[in-house]
Write a protein that binds this ligand. Structure first.
Ligand code: FAD
Ligand code: SF4
Length: 400
């Protein structure tokens, strides 16, 4: 990448906190508009100008091959595997692969700073993006803040601090905007470590989700929608509460997810160099997608700390996805005993590994396609990427 004299890039006045954003209700609060890079918002915003294939070209030198059954789902990649840390990082979301890679990048001087998200003093789930300069600051950002997080709000600080080599950790919408302004940042090297992301919520939405779903909302320290078709809530005392997906009160939760996340088709973070999630891996393992050489370079830093195994795929998701479409649409909630039973059966015979990841992608893309069609029909054609149209096209959707 050629370095650009960033003092020459165009600037505009950042918006005040709380003011309406250019993407209006679809804004995911990625943080770009909190900085003078708002000048580029019309090109850069993932919800105003979806341009995944152009940015795939820019980042990985090619866009995904739509004829390749793995690439259409998981994006451009050169390797995929399941992995877990031999010694997990205590308190991390999974085994702490993300935090460990970031620390190695800093300790070895490959980067001078890491964009990550700590929490505010008052609220364990309140996002506070920072540029970490020490391993301690990276560790303090471990575990998901399951709310919209304005990670890009620190972009002005990157330029002002004169950083030249940066690692950014983030989710798809943040990374799309970051890639679109990458050349304006004056960096010599940018590494991007992404996580998949789906069904995110505002801080108020998170409270509603916790109160509707958990028996003890105030003591939840961590939660995840797991491959065993249950939400696992971890509480302060270390206990785990499991609630089956099929028992979620979908009628009450329908408007809890942010409109941005109901219109997102970049679940797998297509523009990161390396993606670390869990959904394509067996239970208890993390799922690694290496998109390009920079991604491989990052992963190489920690391979001696990991156990790995090849990805696997088992089962057939299609019938379950097709049945979930009208069930979600009508807000059907099963009684808890039936939901528990269904969870047990599906766990035994349901999709596993990459097929589980496809199940989750298909269910969310069909739901989101319907959401955009009903709420923003004028955006449907340009906003839904071709790969997502093909994925959705495998299913029968309600007419209206
Ligand atoms: P850790 O070492 O604990 O580090 C977590 C990192 O995430 C930290 O560096 C922190 O800066 C960053 N982070 C935390 N919250 C946010 C945020 N709101 N926005 C941006 N960055 C953040 N994986 C799947 O496979 N399927 C999913 O459906 C899925 N949904 C997710 C939804 C959200 C909102 C998030 C943030 C992540 C999601 N993930 C999903 C990724 C997964 O939950 C783990 O984050 C990932 O596997 C890394 O685990 P770890 O133990 O290595 O991370
Ligand atoms: Fe601005 Fe980001 Fe919101 Fe788009 S999603 S309007 S770029 S803050």
């Amino acid at each position: 990448m050629t370095s650009v004299d960033s003092s020459k890039h165009k600037k505009a006045k950042a918006l005040k906190p709380g003011s309406r954003r250019p993407a209006k209700e679809l804004c995911s609060e990625c943080g770009l508009c909190d900085t003078y890079y708002i000048h580029y918002v019309k090109e850069a915003c993932a919800f105003i100008n979806q341009q995944i294939d152009t940015l795939e070209q820019q980042t990985h030198t090619r866009s995904r091959n739509l004829e390749n059954p793995d690439e259409i789902y998981f994006g451009v990649h050169q390797d995929m595997m399941a992995a877990r840390k031999k010694q997990p990082v205590p308190g991390a979301q999974w085994t702490g692969i993300v935090s460990t890679i970031a620390i190695e990048m800093l300790n070895r001087g490959i980067v001078e700073g890491v964009v990550c998200v700590q929490n505010t003093k008052e609220d364990r789930f309140g996002p506070m993006p920072i540029i970490a300069r020490t391993p301690e600051e990276i560790l303090a950002a471990k575990v998901n803040k399951p709310t919209l997080s304005p990670n890009l709000s620190i972009l002005e600080q990157v330029e002002k601090s004169g950083l030249k080599r940066l690692l950014a950790i983030g989710v798809g919408c943040q990374i799309q905007a970051l890639r679109a302004v990458e050349k304006q940042l004056g960096l010599e090297k940018l590494y991007v470590l992404g996580t998949p992301c789906v069904d995110n919520v505002s801080r108020e939405g998170l409270q509603k989700f916790l109160e509707t779903t958990s028996k003890s909302p105030d003591t939840v320290v961590h939660y995840e929608f797991m491959q065993d078709f249950r939400v696992h809530f971890k509480h302060e005392d270390g206990s785990i509460e499991k609630v089956p997906f099929f028992g979620l009160k979908t009628n009450k939760l329908k408007d809890v997810f942010a409109p941005s996340c109901m219109s997102c088709f970049d679940y797998v973070n297509s523009l990161a160099d390396l993606v670390v999630g869990y959904m394509g891996a067996p239970f208890g393992w993390q799922w690694i997608v290496v998109r390009n050489e920079k991604g491989q370079q990052m992963l190489d830093l920690v391979t001696d700390q990991l156990e790995t195994q090849p990805v696997m795929s088992k089962g057939d998701r299609k019938a379950a996805v097709q049945q979930s479409i009208p069930a979600y649409d009508k807000g059907i909630t099963l009684p808890m005993w039936a939901a528990q039973l269904m969870g047990v059966v599906i766990e035994k015979i349901g999709p596993k590994g990459l097929e589980y990841a496809r199940f989750s992608i298909d269910s969310h893309f069909t739901r989101n396609y319907l959401y955009v069609k009903r709420n923003h029909p004028e955006k449907l054609e340009a906003h839904v990427p071709e790969f997502a149209k093909r994925i959705v096209g495998q299913y029968q959707l309600p007419e209206s």
